[in-house]
Design a protein around this ligand. Structure first.
Ligand code: MD3
Ligand code: FE
Length: 223
């Protein structure tokens, strides 16, 4: 079924435009609109398999709050948050077992997207999977738990659209709003790597591929 991409002219209704143009959002931030749309069904099936082994769970912040977004991981390293802080671990703390392996499709898609965005040789060892339901959000933060900030982060958006909040490297910098829709991939590197960013409270909605949810994959080189 054709899906809304957010790029249709007003009033034309359901119209699938296919992948959009690559777009430089700012220094080091490149959006590949619709780049993952053809792979979306395979990505979602693989996410379901991962969640069977390592279920989505809401993590606690070091400050004692519960995050509204549910998370899991695949790959050699997985990002976790608890009372002790934020860090990468090779095992899922819920099971004590290694995180599920990163499917070959994931690593290949992330590497292809990174190369196209100008970051060649990206070999992710971690994939954080975030699940948003309407009403959930991710407050402004920086991603600083990775060893080498010279490595980019590649994000893949699936399902309901979201408003991505994109600030500067300094806390008080202005925040831009960028709409991320189903199949959009963004590579963040160089001067964009330490930008503050977050996801605005997800609006109510239903998506043909994911139902009442948005899923986001972030590919990282953690170690
Ligand atoms: C810009 N995830 O998992 S993806 C996260 O949609 C995270 O779930 C959001 O922020 C999500 O940490 C945003 C886009 C993104 C990811 C990492 C970045 C943008 C970034 C790191 C540096 C700069
Ligand atoms: Fe982040």
């Amino acid at each position: 079924m054709p899906r809304r991409t957010g790029r249709e002219p007003e009033g034309l209704g359901e119209l699938d435009l296919g992948p959009g143009p690559d777009e430089v959002l700012g220094p080091g931030a490149i959006r590949l609109a619709g780049f993952a749309r053809a792979a979306a069904a395979d990505l979602l099936a693989a996410i379901a398999d991962i969640a069977d082994l390592a279920p989505f769970r809401r993590m606690s912040t070091p400050g004692g709050r519960m995050m509204s977004v549910a998370m899991t991981n695949c790959g050699a390293e997985g990002w976790v948050s608890d009372a002790r802080g934020y860090r990468y671990t090779p095992e899922d703390p819920l099971s004590g077992r290694p995180w599920p392996a990163m499917p070959a499709l994931f690593g290949a898609l992330a590497a292809r997207a990174a190369a196209r965005a100008g970051f060649s040789g990206f070999l992710p060892d971690a994939c954080l999977i975030n699940r948003y339901e309407p009403g959930t959000r991710l407050t402004l933060h920086q991603d600083r738990n990775e060893r080498d900030f010279g490595q980019p982060i590649v994000s893949v958006s699936l399902g309901l659209p979201a408003i991505f909040l994109w600030g500067g490297t300094a806390r008080g910098d202005a925040v831009r709003r960028v709409r991320l829709a189903h199949g959009d991939v963004v590579a963040w590197g160089g001067p964009a790597r330490l930008a503050h960013h977050g996801i605005h409270t997800l609006a109510e909605g239903e998506h043909p591929a994911t139902g009442r949810a948005r899923l986001n994959l972030t590919f990282r080189r953690a170690g």
